[in-house]
Ligand binder design. Structure first.
Ligand code: SF4
Length: 495
C-alpha cells in the first residue's frame, strides 16, 4: 500500500461529487466581515427561565442597560450550551459604540458567580457578559477583564404584558420560535428539496475535507499507521482522544504486531501497560474471574515491560471522571488490540470489506474481529459478570469511526462509488440540533437529518458559518450566496 500512499496529494483528491463544490461557493465571506437549578425565596422561578428570556428575541427586553447605564443591543445571544461551562457561547452585543464578543453566564443573584465557583474555573475565562435578574454590587476583579453586567429586573418590569409565568422552559432551546435566521427565510421560500440538497452538499464537503486531512497524515506516517492512529483517536471520544492518539504513536502497529506475534491478548497487555492504567494488583474484594483476568494481563505484560514501560503515559493523561463504564479506556483498548493484530495491512483489509458490503457501518464492525474476552462480559475490572454480553463498540462509536476515519481513507485512496447514502448517522448532538433549528426553523421535522450525510452537513454549516465567535447572522454570507445560487439555477445541484 506504500505506492498508494505516495500517490496521495490534496490536488488529486477526487471531488466526491460536484455537490460539495457547489457548497464551497456558499462559503465566501464579505471582505469586511467578520448549574444547578436554583430557586430563591424572592424569585420563584429558575435560572432556566432567565436563559429562555436571554435566548428568545420575543422575550428579551429591548431596553437593556449595563451596570453603568449604557444601552445594550444583543446582536446574537450566543449558542445555548448544554454541556459544562458558560450558559451561552460566542455571543455578540453592542454597548454604546463598542462590540463585545464572548460567552454569557446567567444567574439570579450577582453573588452566584462566586457561590458557583466560576471565578476559579478556567472554563469561564471567556465570559464577557454576566446577566443576572437582580442588580447588586459585584467585585469586578473576580470576573474576566472586560466583563459587562446586565440586570434584567427593571427592563422586564417595563416590558408590556410580560410575565415569567408565561415562559415554558421545557420548550427551549430547540422547539422555541427563537431568533429568526436569515438563512431560514431563504430556505423557507426556496423550491422544495433545497434544504435536503444544502445539507447533503455540506456533508459531502465535510467528507472531502476529512479525506484531504487523512491524506496529509498518511503521507507523513504511512497509510497503515495512519488508519491505526486515527481509529485509536476515535476510540478515545470524547475526552480521551489525545491519550489514545499518543498511545498509538508510542506503540506503533508494526511493533505491536511483531511483539505480540498477532495475539490480541498480548497486544492488549502491552497497550494496557503503556497506558499507565493497569492496576498493580487485583483487590481481594474483586470476583475471582476478574482477579484471574488481571493476573493474565500482568503475565503477558511484565516480560515485555522493560522495553516499553519508560514510554508509559502518566495516569493523569486520562480523563476518567464522569465516563460511562462502557466507554472506559481499559475496555476500548481491547478493540484497539484486535485492530492492531489484524493479519492484513489495514488499507487492504478496509478496502476489501467495503467492496464486499454496501453497508458502511456493518463493514466497519467487521474490521474489529473480537475474540471472546473478559470485556464482553464486564464493564469494569472490579464489577460482577454481566447477565448478557455487551459489545466492545456500540453502534454510535462504529458510526463515528466510519465517518471520521474509514470513509475519508476510502475517498483519499480514490475508491469509487462509496455508498454515501448508507453513511451511518453519528449520534445527534447539540451542535446539530441548534444548527437545524436555525436553518430549518423551530418546527422542522427531525427526519430531515436522519441520514448520516445530512448530519455531517449540519456540523459543516455550523463550523463554516454559525460557530465563528465574531460573526453575527447579519454578517453571514450564506443567505446572500444561497439566494444568488438559487437565482442562477446552480443550486440545488442537478436541477
Ligand atoms: S450564522 Fe448560521 S444561523 Fe445565522 S444566517 Fe448564517 S447559517 Fe444562518
Amino acid at each position: 500500500m506504500k505506492s498508494r500512499t505516495a500517490t496521495y496529494a490534496a490536488s488529486s483528491l477526487p471531488d466526491i461529487t460536484r455537490d460539495s463544490s457547489v457548497y464551497r461557493r456558499l462559503l465566501a465571506w464579505p471582505a469586511a466581515v467578520r448549574e444547578p437549578r436554583a430557586f430563591s425565596p424572592v424569585f420563584p422561578y429558575s435560572e432556566r427561565h432567565l436563559h429562555c428570556v436571554w435566548y428568545d428575541d420575543d422575550l428579551r427586553p429591548t431596553s437593556l442597560k449595563d451596570a453603568s447605564g449604557e444601552p445594550v443591543i444583543v446582536e446574537r445571544p450566543g449558542r445555548w450550551n448544554l454541556e459544562a461551562g458558560p450558559d451561552f457561547l460566542a455571543a455578540l452585543v453592542r454597548v454604546g459604540s463598542r462590540m463585545i464578543a464572548g460567552d454569557v453566564e446567567i444567574h439570579i443573584h450577582p453573588r452566584d458567580w462566586i457561590s458557583h465557583g466560576h471565578h476559579n474555573d478556567t472554563r469561564y475565562d471567556n465570559v464577557r457578559i454576566h446577566v443576572t435578574y437582580f442588580e447588586a454590587h459585584v467585585d469586578r476583579a473576580l470576573f474576566p477583564p472586560g466583563t459587562i453586567h446586565i440586570s434584567l429586573q427593571t427592563a422586564l418590569h417595563h416590558k408590556p404584558g410580560f410575565s415569567l409565568d408565561c415562559v415554558d422552559p421545557t420548550a427551549y432551546p430547540y422547539s422555541v420560535r427563537g431568533p429568526r435566521r436569515p438563512c431560514h427565510e431563504i430556505i423557507k421560500a426556496a423550491p422544495e428539496g433545497t434544504a435536503d440538497a444544502l445539507l447533503e452538499a455540506a456533508g459531502k464537503e465535510r467528507l472531502r475535507r476529512k479525506a484531504a486531512a487523512f491524506a496529509d497524515i498518511a503521507r507523513e506516517r504511512g497509510t497503515d499507521q495512519a488508519l491505526y492512529e486515527e481509529i485509536s483517536t476515535a476510540l478515545g471520544y470524547k475526552h480521551n482522544k489525545t491519550p489514545f492518539r499518543r498511545l498509538a504513536r508510542i506503540v506503533p502497529r508494526d511493533a505491536l504486531r511483531h511483539e505480540s506475534a498477532g495475539d490480541p491478548h498480548v497486544a492488549y497487555a502491552i497497550l494496557a501497560g503503556v497506558s499507565g492504567l493497569l492496576p498493580k494488583e487485583p483487590s481481594p474484594a474483586w470476583p475471582p474471574e476478574n482477579r484471574r483476568f488481571l493476573r493474565r494481563v500482568w503475565d503477558d505484560w511484565w516480560p515485555r515491560a522493560s522495553r516499553w514501560e519508560h514510554l508509559s503515559l502518566p495516569e493523569n493523561s486520562w480523563r476518567l471522571n464522569g465516563l460511562r463504564p462502557v466507554n472506559h479506556p481499559l475496555r476500548r483498548l481491547m478493540a484497539l488490540a484486535c485492530l492492531a493484530t489484524n493479519p492484513h495491512p489495514l488499507p487492504e483489509a478496509v478496502t476489501r470489506l467495503y467492496r464486499r458490503s454496501p453497508n458502511l457501518g456493518r463493514a466497519t464492525g467487521a474490521l474489529f474481529d473480537f475474540p471472546e474476552n473478559f470485556w464482553h462480559h464486564h464493564l469494569s475490572l472490579r464489577g460482577p459478570r454481566l447477565a448478557k454480553p455487551v459489545a466492545l463498540l456500540g453502534k454510535h462509536r462504529l458510526a463515528a469511526i466510519t465517518v471520521n476515519t474509514i470513509v475519508p481513507f476510502l475517498i483519499a485512496a480514490g475508491e469509487k462509488e462509496i455508498p454515501l447514502d448508507n453513511l451511518p448517522a453519528e449520534e445527534i448532538n447539540s451542535i446539530m440540533k441548534s444548527t437545524a433549528a436555525a436553518l430549518l426553523g423551530p418546527d422542522h421535522n427531525p427526519r430531515l437529518y436522519r441520514s448520516g450525510i445530512r448530519r455531517q452537513g449540519l456540523i459543516q454549516i455550523a463550523h463554516d458559518f454559525c460557530l465563528p465567535g465574531d460573526a453575527a447572522c447579519s454578517e453571514c454570507p450564506l443567505p446572500d450566496n444561497l439566494r444568488n445560487q438559487l437565482k442562477s439555477g446552480a443550486f440545488p445541484p442537478g436541477n
